[in-house]
Design a protein around this ligand. Sequence first.
Ligand SMILES: Nc1nc2c(c(=O)[nH]1)N[C@H]1C(S)=C(S)[C@@H](COP(=O)(O)O)O[C@H]1N2
Ligand SMILES: [Mo]
Length: 310
Amino acid sequence: MTSQCNRSLTDEALYLRRRDFLRLSAKKAAMLGAAGTFMSSAPAIWAAEQLACDSTISLDHDDLTPYKSATRYNNFYEFSPDKKAVSILAQELTTSPWEIEVSGLVEKPIKLSIDGLNPLGTVDRTYHLRCVEGWSMVLPWTGVPLCRLIEKVQPKKDAKFVKFSSIYRPKEMISQRRPIMDWPYVEGLRLDEANHPLTLLAVGMYGKTIPKQNGAPVRLVVPWKYGFKSIKTIQKIEFVSEQPETSWMRLAPSEYGFYANVNPSVAHPRWSQRKEVRIGEVKKRRTRPFNGYEEQVAHLYKGMDLEKNF
Ligand SMILES: Nc1nc2c(c(=O)[nH]1)N[C@H]1C(S)=C(S)[C@@H](COP(=O)(O)O)O[C@H]1N2
Ligand SMILES: [Mo]
């Protein structure tokens, strides 16, 4: 990470330290006229066609981010809002044994250990990761396509969304002792997004067990969405009928929407999203729609207003 990047980027967490944040964001939301429209869980438009879970996917990618950068510059607020402190603090987390609960509107709820995921079949995928703050990395993951787990639990008809919760363990996650966010960290996807074969439950990175600072023992990777959707240290996966309220929407509804698809033409109130800095580089690159995965995922959003559904 060059010092230039550090100066030019403002973190996601900046306002966590700003006491007047709530007042500000309410005003901003009113100015933008955004309040109220995007929060509705009115039925979103659903993709007519769905890619089969076992579709073969071939993807291009840029050169990998060096392992050292990928594992020492992390967003993981349970440990610290300071990206450079996370890799050390995260070593406190006990990741074994670990149980993931898969429940809610499914025919076959289960509890799984991490080893219990492997029989579902793992794949190796290198994805671009684009943080809403304007930086990006290229990371090689090993994981189970989430659709394989979804097949196993058999969602009921009224399951429309999937809600993911990280672990709550303030004894080991030092920043959870402070109410900077509502713990645990919560994220969500529409069921068809969750079922898209690109959506991965990652257990490995760079051919090794996933490091704690990157979300061990299991995290989500949704490469066409801003990084905050890719929730780390998952403990619970619930199938629900209504759009779940995610941690970031709750904290700053005018800044973070439910969809959070990478979109260079929709600015975040604090960051234009047109360009990004690849970690390790200085010159900015253009940000691509859906982070470069337009061909694979654009059909999911056909007919939707992506400015409203940001
Ligand atoms: N539980 C949890 N998951 C999280 C976060 C977090 O703070 N807590 N940060 C998100 C954000 S903002 C980003 S950009 C990515 C960063 O992933 P990385 O550290 O592996 O690059 O993780 C996401 N997943
Ligand atoms: Mo992020």
